[in-house]
Design a protein around this ligand. Structure first.
Ligand SMILES: [Zn+2]
Length: 90
């Protein structure tokens, strides 16, 4: 995946209207983790696959209570063009 661009993440969140206060404590200041998180999808609960399909997300963390929110980068339009084509062909 291409390099992480925090400015693009902030703009995408603002464009999506994701600007409400923390749902747990009401605080209005957040930090954004310096990278993506890959959430691997599992076919069953008996084994754990780390390679294969996943939902890449960016992570917003409440600076007061630590509440973590994940936002799917595909929905925010943050997929690099090449990765987006591979996801469509999957
Ligand atoms: Zn909070």
């Amino acid at each position: 995946m291409d390099s992480f661009n925090k400015d693009a993440v902030i703009k995408a969140l603002e464009d999506a209207g994701a600007e409400l206060p923390c749902p747990r404590c009401g605080n209005s200041t957040f930090m954004i983790a310096d990278g993506y998180i890959s959430n691997p999808l599992q076919d069953d609960l008996e084994t754990m696959k780390l390679l294969g399909k996943s939902i890449p997300t960016i992570v917003v963390i409440c600076e007061k209570c630590g509440y973590i929110a994940h936002h799917a980068i595909g929905v925010l339009g943050l997929f690099p063009p090449k990765a987006e084509e591979e996801a469509k062909n999957d």
